[in-house]
Design a protein around this ligand. Structure first.
Ligand code: MLT
Length: 240
């Protein structure tokens, strides 16, 4: 198995992805939100890239049938039902519901890697379960951190480094890593025992604190809290 990690969130060449498993990561906060919402009974999540697309798509459903969630500049979007704090996505709000989600980086990332063989949703919440799934699939892997407005994201890269470490530790078979993977592993080794230190250091972590979402940092640092692996296929995220 060959593992690579795309440190900057630009579109990989489709032919590179065709036979690969892809893991999309956006710790702060959209993949954490997706895994949280699915664990609270949301039926499916449709990630879209623009607010306009979200409103247009919602019109295709009967009123109240679908919820709109997401953020711009980390803030709630006027006319939407939910923001982008995972703490909002509780059973009382999302159980049995379909959601349309739009965020700055995370929802875009799914569409950048949509030609992947199997696209998994990853965060610290489900990192052990994702590692297990990657090993079961036994295919070459591309880890895709969603980044921070086109820049490298520290928290997403550390999560990628942890995933690499877990797969290597559990794999029991030869795994080849790129230099980008070695860099991610080094960051995980440095911050793995104190994720919150990294979140407070990161550009987006600081933004969230300045915008009043400090509690989300601790919430998103919980490792293996939700061992389920949502899959993005044909434009929709579901749990098998
Ligand atoms: C994103 O997708 O960029 C993030 O989830 C943004 C945020 O939640 O602040």
């Amino acid at each position: 198995m060959e593992i690579d990690i795309q440190l900057l969130p630009c579109a990989p060449q489709p032919q590179l992805l065709a036979h690969r498993v892809v893991v999309v990561i956006d710790i702060l906060r959209s993949t954490s939100v997706i895994i949280q919402a699915m664990s609270q009974g949301a039926l499916e999540i449709i990630p879209v890239t623009t607010v306009e697309d979200a409103f247009k798509m919602a019109k295709a459903f009967p009123p109240g049938f679908i919820l709109l969630g997401g953020e711009r500049e980390s803030k709630n979007i006027p006319g939407f039902d939910l923001g982008n704090s995972p703490r909002e996505y509780v059973a009382k709000r999302v159980k049995g519901k379909k959601l349309i989600l739009t965020t700055t980086n995370g929802t875009k990332a799914f569409h950048l890697v949509s030609s992947g063989k199997e696209i998994l949703v990853g965060s610290f919440f489900n990192i052990g379960a994702v590692a297990q799934r990657c090993l079961e699939l036994g295919r070459d892997l591309l880890i895709f951190p969603s980044g921070d407005e086109g820049n490298l994201s520290l928290e997403d890269t550390i999560c990628g480094g942890m995933l690499i470490e877990l797969i290597k530790r559990r794999g029991g078979k030869p795994i080849s890593l790129t230099d980008a993977c070695e860099c991610a592993k080094i960051l995980y080794k440095k911050f793995g025992d104190n994720l919150l230190e990294a979140f407070h250091l990161s550009h987006h972590g600081k933004e969230l604190i300045s915008r009043g979402y400090e509690e989300d940092l601790a919430y998103c640092a919980r490792i293996d809290a939700i061992p389920l692996v949502p899959i993005f296929r044909d434009g929709v995220i579901r749990v098998k």
